[in-house]
Design a protein around this ligand. Structure first.
Ligand code: NAP
Length: 271
């Protein structure tokens, strides 16, 4: 019996899988391109993926319109004997409209599983090296262009802290029935991150504020859907309002240690 890690080729899922295996725990990584093929839109992939699975890490791409399908998958998983599910959504999702994709998923996980944990990370450090910010900057010769002041602050969290919290929730009963909002140890501005990456091979090494129309233009060029861009704009508004600069104690609550500072992440990840 093992853990099925969905989103296993993504920033968090990949690290969850690595950590489970490092501990010698049986685990399989699933996604459209993973070692186990799982596509939220293809119900024929669900049953084979669930074979022999007793616990589940669930991650569904933000604003993908896939929450209903993922919800149906969760019902199938609970029906086939999965007892434990750990879900990632995002910091602040509990304040979204009750019918938002993330709140619907959070509700399904609480209803369906005896042992559930909800993990809500803030923006990830790894967005600068692997994720959204890196993708945006690579298309603009290293310049990250967002509709946010360079002084806007975010308590960025390291994906390793998120993955370790997920693994703790999968393996330790004391984290069940709990919700964790994961942040780094301090708010850091985009200007600060760019200063830290100066002179390195980081994909992001310059920053420029653009207006919303300018950002929309760049996002459309990247081929992103309106739904995804709208969700990003909501998250940028949370940054501009200072809501993403809030620091929580939840990494410490889950792991008994402080979260990794952005400066340490940069030192270790970009040279
Ligand atoms: N990145 C952030 O700053 C951030 C901030 C707050 C919360 N979060 C949340 O944290 C979680 C993980 O985020 P992340 O950045 O690690 O995600 P990510 O890197 O974008 O990975 C997304 C994963 O979903 C898989 N996927 C995409 N479409 C799929 C489909 N139709 N069926 C099955 N799998 C599919 C992808 O794999 P394939 O392409 O191989 O299918 C990939 O493994 C998400 O819930 C996200 O909302 C992220």
């Amino acid at each position: 019996m093992s853990t099925l890690v969905t989103g296993a080729t993504g920033q968090v899922g990949r690290r969850v899988l690595t950590e489970l295996r490092r501990r010698g725990l049986p685990a399989a990584g699933a996604s459209r391109d993973g070692e186990v093929r799982l596509d939220w839109t293809d119900t024929t992939s669900w049953e084979p993926a669930l074979e022999g699975v007793e616990s589940l890490f669930v991650t569904v791409p933000m604003a993908s319109g896939l929450a209903d399908r993922a919800g149906a998958f969760l019902e199938r998983a609970a029906g086939s004997g999965v007892r434990t599910a750990v879900l990632t959504t995002a910091m602040g999702s509990e304040n979204g409209p009750p019918d938002s994709e993330q709140r619907v998923l959070e509700r399904r996980v609480r209803e369906l599983f005896d042992h559930w944990t909800v993990v809500r990370p803030n923006w990830l450090d790894q967005d600068f090296t692997e994720g959204l910010f890196a993708r945006l900057a690579r298309s603009r010769n290293g310049r990250l262009e967002l509709p946010l002041s360079k002084r806007a602050e975010v308590s960025f969290v390291d994906a390793r802290d998120v993955a370790h919290t997920v693994v703790a929730a999968l393996t330790d009963d004391s984290l069940h029935g709990r919700e964790y909002t994961l942040t780094g140890p301090a708010p850091v501005s985009f200007r600060d991150v760019v200063r830290m990456t100066k002179g390195t091979e980081s994909p992001v090494w310059r920053y420029k504020k653009v207006d919303e129309a300018g950002f929309y233009f760049r996002a459309t060029n990247m081929g992103w859907s309106d739904r995804y861009v709208d969700t990003l704009n909501e998250r940028f508004r949370a940054v501009a309002d200072g809501r993403a600069a809030v620091v929580t104690e939840d990494v410490r609550r889950a792991l008994g240690r402080d979260p990794v500072p952005v400066a340490k992440f940069v030192r270790e990840s970009v040279h």
